[in-house]
Ligand binder design. Structure first.
Ligand code: SF4
Length: 76
């Protein structure tokens, strides 16, 4: 799952590009292509645990809802 805080923009107050680039709406800055792998959960990264910018309280909520989904699957 892609991070809900990831956006794609061409410009911010300081930068302007000729194509869309990954932008973190938490840090309010463009992210590097390497970091975008984490934002997009590529290469087995998980944005909730591998990104230091991702809000801790949101990560806890996602992990709880994820474990509830796993429990629901197991009970079916
Ligand atoms: S840098 Fe972190 S918080 Fe920002 S969009 Fe990427 S994964 Fe989400």
């Amino acid at each position: 799952m892609t991070c809900p805080y990831l956006d794609y923009r061409r410009s911010d107050e300081d930068h302007e590009f000729d194509h869309d680039r990954p932008y973190c709406t938490v840090a309010e800055e463009f992210v590097s292509p390497m970091k975008a792998d984490i934002c997009n959960d590529r290469h087995e990264f998980d944005h909730t645990s591998d990104c230091e910018t991702y809000p801790d309280e949101q990560a806890s909520e996602e992990k709880e809802s994820g474990s509830e989904a796993i429990r629901a699957d197991a009970s079916e």
